[in-house]
Design a protein around this ligand. Structure first.
Ligand code: NCD
Length: 357
C-alpha cells in the first residue's frame, strides 16, 4: 500500500480502496481459500475505550485469516495504569506484533501512535474524530447493497458533531461522483467546521435539515447514529439532545422503496425495534460486511510492509493545539505538528482542529 498506516481512509488511494472492496467480496465468496494467509502473523488490539463490534470484528478477522491476536480492552489492566505514555506502549507493542488496531478516547491518538510504531497502525476510532474501518465497512455495505458508490443522496442523522463514523463517511463519499448529503441534526450537534470545509471544497451539494420526516423522501441512504453520551460535558446537556430523532415505521412510509438504512451500532433508541424487520434495514448485515472488510484491509496492509520504525524526532511548532480533546493535551512530549490552512490558521495534524497562530 502507498501508506503504511491507516489513520484516515484518505490514507488509502481510490484504486486501493476499490481493490480492498473487491478483495472483501472475494473472501466473502470463498472464505476457506483465505484461512491461512496470515499464519504466523500477530495483530495487537489496543482498546483504550469500550467496543464490542470493532474489537471483535478485528479479532475475528485475524483469526479467520489464520493469524493470532494479543492486546487489551481495559487499559487499567496494562501499564497504562502505571502512567506509561502512548509512545512507550506503542514502541514496545510495535516491536512484538505485525499490525496494531488502536482505539482511544483522544482525538489524534492513532496518528500519534503511528509515529512511533514499527508495525502498521490502524485507527479503530480516535475520540470524536475519525473511524476509517467503520467507513470501510459502510462502503463495502453500500457497494454490495446499492451496486455503486456514486449518484446517491446520503442522509446522516443524529450526533453529527461527535460521531466519528459520520466524519469519516462524509470524507470518503465526497470523493465519489455526484453524491449529495442531507445533514439531519439539532443545531448543537451539526458536523464540525472542518467537515463543512471538506464538503465545500469537494463541490458536493449538502443541506442541513432539522427534521427526519422532511428529509425521508430525498434519501437513497439513511445513516442513523446514536447521541454520543460519553462525549458530552454534562449529563444535562446529553438529556437535552437525546430522543429527538427516532426512525420508526411511520417515517419509513415517506421513504424510497430502495432506501438502505445503515447504522454503525450500538443503537440506543434512535431506531425502533420493529424497523429491523423492514427489508430496507441493513445495519445487521453491515456488521458482517465489516468483518470481511477488515480481513481484506489486514491482508492488504501486511503485504510487503516496511517494518523500519518511523523516525523518532519530528519538528515541533511553538503553538499548541487548542482542542481540549486533542491527544497533544495529555501526551505532552508529542511534537506540535500542523498543516497551514491559509491566513493565520493552522490545522492540527493529529485532530484536524483549527488553531490561530
Ligand atoms: C461506533 C463508534 O465506536 O464510533 N461504533 C462502532 O465502531 N461500530 C459508533 C458509536 O459508538 O456510536
Amino acid at each position: 500500500m502507498k501508506n503504511k498506516h491507516v489513520i484516515d481512509l484518505e490514507d488509502i488511494s481510490r484504486e486501493e480502496l476499490m481493490e480492498i472492496i473487491e478483495l472483501a467480496n472475494r473472501i466473502m465468496a470463498s472464505p476457506e481459500e483465505y484461512s491461512e494467509v496470515c499464519k504466523g502473523k500477530i495483530l495487537a488490539t489496543l482498546f483504550y475505550e469500550p467496543s464490542t463490534r470493532t474489537q471483535m470484528s478485528f479479532k475475528t478477522a485475524m483469526l479467520r485469516l489464520g493469524g493470532n491476536v494479543i492486546g487489551f480492552d481495559n487499559p487499567q489492566n496494562s501499564s497504562v495504569s502505571k502512567g506509561e505514555s502512548l509512545k512507550d506502549t506503542i514502541t514496545v507493542v510495535g516491536g512484538y506484533t505485525d499490525i496494531i488496531a488502536i482505539r482511544h478516547p483522544s482525538e489524534g491518538a492513532a496518528k500519534a501512535a503511528s509515529m512511533y510504531s514499527a508495525a502498521p497502525v490502524i485507527n479503530a476510532g480516535d475520540g470524536g474524530h475519525l473511524h476509517p474501518t467503520q467507513t470501510l465497512t459502510d462502503v463495502v455495505t453500500l457497494y454490495n447493497e446499492k451496486g455503486t458508490l456514486d449518484n446517491m443522496c446520503i442522509g446522516l442523522c443524529g450526533d453529527l458533531k461527535n460521531g466519528r463514523t459520520v466524519h469519516s463517511l462524509i470524507k470518503t463519499m465526497s470523493h465519489f461522483e455526484n453524491n449529495s448529503f442531507v445533514l439531519i441534526s439539532t443545531p448543537e450537534l451539526t458536523v464540525p467546521q472542518y467537515i463543512k470545509d471538506i464538503l465545500n471544497r469537494s463541490g458536493c451539494k449538502y443541506q442541513e435539515i432539522p427534521n427526519l420526516k422532511d428529509a425521508m423522501p430525498l434519501l437513497d441512504v439513511l445513516y442513523m447514529t446514536r447521541i454520543q453520551r460519553e462525549r458530552f460535558a454534562s449529563e444535562e446537556e446529553y438529556e437535552k439532545q437525546k430522543g429527538i430523532f427516532v426512525l420508526d415505521r411511520e417515517k419509513l412510509t415517506y421513504a424510497k422503496s430502495d432506501l438502505k438504512i445503515l447504522h454503525p451500532l450500538p443503537r440506543v433508541d434512535e431506531i425502533e425495534e420493529d424497523v429491523d424487520y423492514d427489508s430496507r434495514a441493513k445495519y445487521f448485515i453491515q456488521t458482517v460486511y465489516g468483518m470481511y472488510a477488515r480481513m481484506a484491509l489486514i491482508m492488504t496492509m501486511l503485504k510487503d510492509v516496511d517494518r523500519t520504525p518511523m523516525p523518532r524526532k519530528f519538528d515541533t511548532h511553538n503553538v499548541r493545539c487548542k482542542n481540549p480533546r486533542c491527544i497533544t493535551q495529555q501526551e505532552k512530549y508529542l511534537p506540535k505538528r500542523f498543516h497551514k490552512a491559509g491566513g493565520d490558521m493552522l490545522l492540527c495534524r493529529y485532530c484536524d482542529d483549527r488553531t490561530l497562530i
